[in-house]
Design a protein around this ligand. Structure first.
Ligand SMILES: Nc1nc2c(ncn2[C@@H]2O[C@H](COP(=O)(O)OP(=O)(O)OP(=O)(O)O)[C@@H](O)[C@H]2O)c(=O)[nH]1
Ligand SMILES: [Mg+2]
Length: 230
């Protein structure tokens, strides 16, 4: 227990340094967490394509063993870097900091971090992000927030993915929303599909609302802490 506490304390200190670096560079950082296969990379690919028209965007993507996701994300035209974690089931602030050594953060407005697919480990590791987004697909079962409360509780936004499959799997929308909100009262929830034209529109509306209040605010007055959605 003591060793684990120390690891988390060290991570929190590194994450605070990262957050300050992001703030100084004026880069808004969004992390994505979910179970394996909930659709983080598909979601991010569409997101990067959409945002690249107006913002300078980059992405880091964590994976145990492959660079498959980075190769998919590169197709969007954004700058992408793979972080291979080996046996580690989450990204930590040190991995993110080391990956960013090669990047000039001033050259970006937005940075996305796709975490390793896992609903447990990533929950405890602050990456210095401004916004943590948890994704949950309609095929996973409505009870996931109850079974993995910490990841839903530490997220700022919940995205229900693969909405195009909702009817096929008899997704119980009301139960899912109630479960998300029982572990995180008041959290915003949006539904998306990468299979529909404009299937990410609810997410873009939410993000743009966020960016209007955060990113365009002069750096000096921007909050250093993790903000919550307006
Ligand atoms: N029908 C449907 N399938 C989707 C959608 N989004 C993703 N998928 C599919 O779901 C599978 C997993 O998607 P990924 O984007 O690789 O999921 P991931 O969360 O990045 O997976 P890991 O990185 O392995 O944790 C792929 O076959 C995708 O094509 C969606 O909105 N609708
Ligand atoms: Mg992925």
């Amino acid at each position: 227990v003591e060793v684990r506490k120390n690891i988390l304390k060290k991570n929190d200190a590194l994450a605070a340094e990262l957050r300050e670096r992001f703030r100084r560079a004026g880069v808004f950082v969004v992390s994505l967490v979910s179970s394996p296969g909930a659709g983080k990379t598909a979601f991010l690919e569409v997101t990067l394509r959409h945002l690249r028209e107006r913002w300078r965007v980059g992405a880091l993507v964590g994976d145990l063993a492959t660079d498959n996701d980075a190769r998919r994300l590169v197709r969007s035209g954004a700058d992408v870097q793979q972080i291979t974690t080996g046996t580690v089931c989450h990204l930590d602030a040190d991995m993110v900091g080391r990956a960013l050594e090669k990047w000039d953060l001033d050259a970006y407005d937005l940075l996305f971090i796709e975490n390793v697919g896992n609903l447990v480990c990533p929950a405890s590791y602050d990456l210095g992000e401004n916004l943590r987004v948890v994704l949950m697909s309609v095929t996973e079962g409505e009870d996931k927030p109850l079974k993995y409360p910490t990841i839903f509780n530490t997220a700022d936004l919940a995205v229900i993915t693969k909405a195009d499959l909702a009817d096929a799997v008899e997704f119980r929308r009301d139960d899912a929303y109630a479960n998300v909100r029982s572990v995180h009262p008041g959290i915003r929830v949006v539904e998306t599909s990468t299979r529909w034209a404009d299937g990410l529109a609810p997410w873009f509306r939410q993000l743009e609302q966020w960016l209007a209040t955060e990113v365009r605010t002069p750096t000096a007055v921007r909050s250093t802490s993790r903000a919550t959605l307006p």
